[in-house]
Design a protein around this ligand. Structure first.
Ligand SMILES: C[S@@+](CC[C@H](N)C(=O)[O-])C[C@H]1O[C@@H](n2cnc3c(N)ncnc32)[C@H](O)[C@@H]1O
Length: 255
């Protein structure tokens, strides 16, 4: 791979790929994430939030329930343009992220940073975590979603091979994108992520296990309402065992 390819991050500009289409038929996963955000941000209000890697703005309206203003940052012009249409009239600023592993904001300027479904694309997440730390206000909060390699079904798979879940990021490539291009796709071990965040100076305030019932068989047999009621009741208890494919961490800057 060339240096240029290594530094490229605007994968979602691909004209043959429509990220909005990915969400067709995924109401359960979307709503499970909205439930998680409500649980984690309930009762708080922020003046300035950032939706980092915010894509076409799927999550941004939810963040506006908790913030006066949101900066939506993304390296993809295509995603930002789609967000401008979707979020027209809302108090959102748009920022193109030109450089890998950076957060385009001043030191100590953000009250909240939310990063959902982006760690999948970060083989070295510690670099971005340090940037998040730099840009949050002294008591600022980050809500970070982790693509979980240690989810229950994977752990069983590793067990049958007499292996543990790797501590370092695991490339999953076509398993996730089915495209075989140079888009990095990795899963993370939540224990490693938590330890990295701690080393940087973050304090873990809350943790949820999300999209716990993602299996097709459950979707076929349970109503959406039942699925979400079960999901709602399981997000906190299952976080203790890193059960689901997605782990949501709420961390605070400072000790
Ligand atoms: C799977 S989408 C998630 C979008 C949105 N957060 C959501 O949950 O709907 C991943 C987004 O991250 C952006 N992205 C990819 N690599 C990135 C990187 N290295 N740094 C920041 N954003 C990145 C993509 O352009 C894309 O919009």
């Amino acid at each position: 791979m060339t240096t240029q390819a290594n530094n490229k991050i605007n994968y979602y500009d691909d004209k043959d790929h429509n990220y909005e289409d990915f969400w067709q038929g995924r109401d359960y996963e979307h709503n499970a994430e909205m439930i998680a955000i409500d649980k984690l941000l309930n009762g708080r209000h922020f003046s300035l939030a950032m939706d980092y890697g915010g894509g076409y703005g799927r999550v941004t309206p939810k963040l506006l329930e908790y913030s006066d203003r949101v900066i939506l940052v993304d390296p993809s012009v295509k995603q930002l343009n789609a967000a401008r249409v979707k979020l027209k009239g809302l108090p959102v600023d748009y920022e193109l992220q030109a450089t890998k592993d950076t957060v385009p904001a001043k030191d100590n300027s953000l009250d909240l940073l939310v990063m959902i479904r982006v760690t999948h694309h970060l083989p070295e997440p510690g670099k971005v975590f340090s940037e998040i730390y730099r840009t949050l206000k002294p008591d600022g909060i980050a809500l970070i979603e982790i693509a979980n390699e240690a989810h229950f079904i994977n752990r069983m798979r590793y067990l049958t091979r007499f292996k543990g879940v790797p501590k370092t990021p695991v490339p999953i490539g076509e398993r996730a994108n089915g495209r075989g291009d140079d888009t990095p796709f990795v899963n993370h071990n939540p224990l490693t992520v938590e330890s990295t965040l701690k080393q940087i100076g973050f304090r873990l305030e809350a943790k949820l296990s999300v999209s716990n019932l993602r299996r097709g068989i459950l979707k076929r047999h349970l109503s959406p309402k039942t699925m979400l009621a079960i999901e709602n009741s399981l997000q906190r208890p299952l976080a203790k065992v890193n059960f689901g494919p997605s782990i949501f961490l709420l961390v605070r800057k400072g000790q």
